[in-house]
Design a protein around this ligand. Structure first.
Ligand SMILES: [Mg+2]
Length: 269
């Protein structure tokens, strides 16, 4: 890194950085262990709003990566926190799975289909025509439209799955109303993660595998950024973007030593 201020905090994307589907990327377990041992705060970020942090911790553990529940930050948590700050004790009609409904409950929101403040759309694997129709009618009646993340599709072993952005597009087409998206590339996702850790942007690194989500939102939130090449981006593709990461590495395996070296630096002050 060209910046010599000590790194106090690490944020890292999950898919394409730590895991591919359910398989750990070599070095990921060691990277998380190094972060834990460094005593520095960190969060694993994901736009996936299906699972709760407890579910995600269990899934990562099955891949051999031991991430504490408190160190997982999802677009569902960021969405719930955003709404709780914007309109404390509000109400929402929620289309989503446990990751989102649990997060909404935890911030004190009431879930209702009668005159809610918001329609909140997250990712699910069982979209119902009925639920989407209800969401459309509530938005027409004045409910504000929020979506956890704009990803149009996601991967699965069997092939592409339509994701939140695609269903949001359906609702937008029907209502003429666009949602406000909370997840990456909205830098709000990074800022809420920093707030959660009481961390500062200038001493935080964001690690990700996508230029148009992880790197741009890290950049816009004022973080140093590291692109890994284990996900969806190749070294050649990076040059076509009008912005670049602070550093490019082959994989998180290359960051293990960096975390350890940082740890040996004397504490400031
Ligand atoms: Mg990724």
């Amino acid at each position: 890194m060209t910046d010599h201020r000590p790194v106090e905090t690490w944020l890292t994307d999950m898919d394409g950085v730590l895991v591919h589907e359910e398989d750990a990327i070599p070095g990921a377990a060691e990277f998380i262990t190094a972060l834990e041992q460094s005593g520095r705060s960190f969060l694993v970020l994901t736009n996936n709003s299906i699972f709760t942090p407890r579910d995600l911790r269990a899934r990562l553990l099955m891949s051999g990566i031991d991430v504490p529940e408190r160190a997982i930050w999802t677009s569902a948590l960021a969405t719930a926190q955003f709404l709780a700050e914007q309109r404390p004790g509000g109400s929402a009609y929620v289309v989503g799975e446990a990751g989102l409904t649990t997060a909404m409950h935890d911030v004190g929101y009431v879930m209702t289909d009668r005159d809610p403040d918001y329609v909140v759309l997250g990712e699910t694997r069982t979209y119902s025509f009925e639920a989407i129709t209800r969401a459309i009618r509530l938005i027409e009646k004045g409910a504000r439209f929020i979506a956890t993340n704009p990803d149009p599709s996601g991967p699965s072993p069997a092939g592409t799955l339509p994701a939140t952005g695609s269903v949001a597009a359906l609702i937008s087409t029907a209502t003429g109303r666009q949602p406000y998206y909370i997840g990456k590339p909205n830098p709000l996702m990074m800022r809420s993660a920093l707030n959660r850790l009481d961390a500062h942007s200038e001493t935080t690194i964001m690690v990700g595998d996508r230029m148009d989500t992880d790197i741009i939102s890290g950049l816009e939130a004022g973080l140093r950024t590291v692109l890994v090449l284990t996900g969806s981006t190749s070294r050649e593709q990076v040059e076509h973007f009008p912005y670049r990461p602070s550093r490019i590495v082959d994989s998180v395996a290359d960051l293990v030593q960096f975390v350890a070296d940082e740890d040996r630096q004397p504490e400031q002050g």
